[in-house]
Ligand binder design. Structure first.
Ligand code: NI
Length: 159
């Protein structure tokens, strides 16, 4: 198990557009393993390669149903909307209200470069949108409605 240092907002690597992965190399396999280890260690539900300083289109997501590895993900369809608090390992201890699609269909490649399509709703849809944004240099803070809160000062969500 190897942990990588998570880059914090303000690091220019988080504002860059990532490059497509052409083939799986031993270094990329190691990167994916390390991203999973780092995400679980930090109790995150997703992590994108630029968050560990690598400008490649790779994300890992686990909202509690086992990990998804997404290489070169493309969101093909979105529908509905959800508004709720969102946070990011690159901005520890903070959250803000963000509206996302409630249903997302994404096409990606797994760790063997086999293509697959995944449909996600609610938290999974939110995580897919959030992590894919990272690959284009977008932090959720640019989408926050209202204030960015410290986690211990979060107002209750309206029902
Ligand atoms: Ni994030």
């Amino acid at each position: 198990m190897a942990l990588r240092k998570v880059r914090i907002q303000g690091d220019p690597v988080l504002e860059k557009t990532c490059k497509e992965v052409k083939e799986i190399t031993p270094r990329i396999r190691e990167l994916i393993e390390d991203m999973l280890d780092t995400m679980y260690e930090e109790n995150g539900v997703g992590l994108a390669a630029p968050q560990v300083g690598v400008l490649k289109r790779i994300v890992v997501i686990d909202v509690g149903e086992g990990p998804y590895i997404m290489i070169n993900p493309v969101i093909e369809e979105t529908s509905g909307s959800q508004t709720g608090y969102e946070g990011c390992l690159s901005l520890p201890g903070k959250s803000g209200m963000v509206t996302r699609a409630n249903h997302v269909r994404v096409r990606a490649f797994d760790e063997n470069m086999d293509e697959y399509v995944l449909e996600g709703e609610e938290l999974l849809a939110r995580a897919i949108c959030h992590e894919c944004d990272h690959l284009n240099g977008i932090m959720y803070t640019s989408l926050v409605e209202g204030e960015l809160y410290n986690n211990e000062e979060l107002p209750a969500e309206e029902e």
